[in-house]
Design a protein around this ligand. Structure first.
Ligand SMILES: [Fe+2]
Length: 414
């Protein structure tokens, strides 16, 4: 028994209904959050960290996060990509404080311990003391004091990292049905970053994942998606869940902008809604099959293809009751200026003030306000039954949530 399990906190039993309940203590318990950091984000997971196109040249680096730990993704002189924990080996200082940068080494501001781009310690001021007084012991071995290095995996320009050293191949981790959809957007073409946005939401990180894994809320909450037919449950839909339950994807086709028998319960649908400037809603058919595909990749990545706007949303945990969502909007290097503009205009649907996403961040904040005050109660997730299947041909389901919590409980041992 590890010391961690010996001091296992007393969170309550999971409700006896099993997968069709989500107890509210999972959204605010501090000890549970600590275990999530250890077992999920710092455990056997491939975490999304950056795009290769963000660090195109030797010496380029990007600071980012794995769970709530800061890491640096850096390209060295030999074109190798390393992911290093942003924590000085001397006194633990989070030495890198800028989003993107370029250089030949990292120097901690406190006592100027210096590391090369591979994370090896190359400089310790006053190592030999001054005038033979003080200094480090003779046996101090610089090789033993580098930065902590994470495992790295890359696919079609996307970089993942793991604190675990014995990770499966990324393709095996994603599993074939998810890999196929991943490669639909990340098809090997060089990616071009179009912009960033970041927002902090006062809600537990799992609520964000649940939001994307819940395809049916879109037909009730989002006036924009509904009214303009961008994502609606009365259009054809498809759900895919990987065999482990961790990852999932929801796909759909654009619907007609009109009232029918099948959408009469969608109260937020405004008939005849028009925009003064409709350039935001002029999508161009670009991909095979679906016009929208939203993927959740365990444990921190959401891939969004909504018409022509493409984005990665990276989940960064900020304690049990807050998360940051870091959006990277992108296209392909081969896109022309018109396509760049089209992607950017449609990006107005998303991000902190996006016409669609603003609904989600607000409702997730409301959710946290409700669940944090009632840890003894539980959410009901019975839409489309009590279990889950790897495939569904409709969106009126909460099966992705049940699959997620099956995987979550196994990994967390609860
Ligand atoms: Fe939503």
């Amino acid at each position: 028994m590890s010391s961690e399990s010996a001091s296992t906190p007393n969170w309550p039993e999971w409700p006896r209904e099993g997968l069709s309940r989500i107890p509210y203590w999972v959204y605010s318990d501090a000890a549970l959050y600590a275990r999530e950091q250890e077992r999920i984000f710092a455990g056997q997971s491939w975490n999304y960290v950056a795009l290769e196109g963000e660090i195109p040249n030797a010496g380029d680096w990007r600071r980012t996060w794995v769970g709530d730990r800061s890491v640096i993704v850096v390209r060295d002189a030999k074109n190798e990509i390393h992911v290093l924990e942003n924590r000085c080996a001397h006194r633990g200082v989070q030495f890198c404080q800028t989003h993107l940068g370029h250089g030949t080494e990292f120097m901690c501001p406190y006592h100027q311990w210096t590391y090369n781009l591979e994370g090896s310690l190359v400089g310790v001021p006053f190592r030999r003391g001054i005038q033979k007084k003080g200094g480090m012991p003779a046996e101090f071995d610089m090789k033993q004091h580098g930065l902590r290095k994470l495992s790295v995996a890359r696919r079609h320009g996307v970089i993942f990292a793991s604190f675990a050293q014995d990770m499966p191949d990324l393709g095996d981790y994603l599993t074939p049905p998810i890999l196929e959809l991943f490669d639909r957007v990340f098809d090997g073409r060089k990616l071009k970053v179009l912009g960033y946005s970041r927002q902090q939401t006062p809600a537990n990180w799992k609520l964000m994942f649940e939001n994307i894994k819940d395809p049916y809320h879109a037909s009730l909450l989002h006036v924009f998606l509904l009214s303009f037919g961008l994502n609606r449950a009365d259009a054809p839909n498809r759900i895919v869940i990987d065999p482990t339950g961790r990852h999932a994807a929801g796909m759909s086709w654009r619907a007609e902008q009109k009232r029918t028998e099948d959408n009469k319960e969608m109260r937020s649908l405004i008939e005849g809604l028009k925009l003064q400037g409709d350039s935001m809603l002029q999508p161009m058919r670009e991909y095979e099959r679906y016009t929208i595909c939203l993927m959740t990749i365990w444990p921190n990545m959401i891939v969004q293809q909504q018409s022509n706007t493409l984005a990665i949303r990276q989940l960064v945990t900020r304690g049990p009751q807050a998360f940051e969502l870091a959006w990277t909007f992108f296209g392909y290097e081969s896109d022309d200026a018109e396509m760049d503009l089209r992607r950017l205009r449609q990006a107005n649907l998303m991000g902190p003030a996006g016409f669609v996403s603003i609904d989600d961040s607000e409702v997730l904040g409301f959710t946290q306000q409700g669940v944090a005050r009632a840890p003894e109660a539980a959410g009901v997730v019975e839409m489309d039954g009590h279990g889950w299947a790897e495939e569904a041909d409709h969106a009126i389901t909460e099966s992705e949530l049940r699959a997620f919590y099956q995987a979550y409980r196994a990994i967390m041992d609860i």
